[in-house]
Design a binder for this molecule. Structure first.
Ligand code: NAD
Length: 248
């Protein structure tokens, strides 16, 4: 499976699932830009990727800011001349119960989790379309397909929205050599849920047919496949990586 000579950008790439995606793409031959609010962590990962023999760029970017995303794409193209793979991974996961979600929180979650992928995709296809080749992969969630009471309704709505957004991109650019797909994880061991009560994690584990929660590398493997040259005939797909938690 390969991404030899491809140029990738992973938003929220500095830690958790994004970090594992950066490493998986680098291992299959891509040069990787790590776009994150957390520049020191992105810098550390860049050094790790370079040690694998690939090129890496650490970029401080807020995905909800059009100007910053435009600059991100500009810096990648200036450095490496192209952009082949965009992974829309950056997100926040507030936990307020439905009746306590403020308008401000709703707007912030949607700005990062849904408008962010919209802005990043729009800026990326400006480069991918003339190249005649591109891969856009969004990280949704099981919450975006079946709702959730633990993570907030704002989070679930943003994750459902990113599925529809990615399908629109898949349909729009199918004849331009660009595929767009979604990976929808169940619960994954990361900092995002480190502070969840242990009973909640135990309950999720028990309701997962495989009997354990995912590691970031389980999600990264699915993303790396969809980004590879071999996945050329898959577009508009939602790939569940949830241990059987939801079978549909
Ligand atoms: N962890 C899970 O159980 C789980 C389950 C389903 C889906 N997901 C999804 O997987 C993705 C990664 O989750 P994770 O668990 O690794 O999260 P995480 O919180 O560990 O990492 C998220 C990263 O995104 C960055 N980020 C946050 N806001 C940003 C912004 N505005 N601009 C740029 N970067 C920003 C953070 O700095 C951080 O490095 C998210 O889309 C999340 O919704 C996670």
């Amino acid at each position: 499976m390969g991404s030899q000579g491809r140029v990738a950008v992973v938003t929220g790439g500095a830690r958790g699932i994004g970090r594992a995606i950066c490493l998986a793409l680098a291992r299959q031959g891509a040069d990787v830009a790590i776009a994150d609010l957390n520049l020191p962590a992105a810098d550390e990962l860049a050094a790790e990727i370079e040690a694998l023999g690939r090129r890496a760029l650490a970029l401080r970017v807020d995905v909800s800011r059009r100007d910053e995303v435009r600059e991100m794409v500009g810096r990648i193209v200036a450095a490496w001349g192209r952009l082949d793979i965009l992974v829309n991974n950056a997100a926040i996961c507030p936990m307020a119960p439905f009746d306590q979600i403020t308008d401000e929180q709703w707007a912030r979650t949607l700005a990062i989790n849904l408008q962010g992928p919209f802005i990043c995709s729009q800026e990326a296809v400006k480069v991918m379309k003339p190249q005649g080749w591109g891969r856009i992969i969004a990280i949704s969630s099981v919450a975006g397909k079946m709702g959730s009471v633990r993570s907030g309704a704002d989070y679930s709505a943003s994750k459902g929205g990113v599925i529809a957004l990615t399908m629109c991109i898949a349909r729009t650019y199918a004849r331009s050599g660009i595929t767009a797909n979604v990976v929808a994880p169940g619960t994954v061991h990361t900092d995002l849920n480190r502070n969840w009560p242990q009973e909640a994690l135990d309950d999720l584990e028990q309701r997962t047919p495989l009997g354990y929660l995912a590691e970031p590398e389980d999600i990264a493997a699915a993303v790396a496949f969809l980004a590879s040259d071999e996945a050329r005939y898959i577009t508009g797909e939602v790939l569940d990586v949830n241990g059987g938690f939801l079978m549909d």
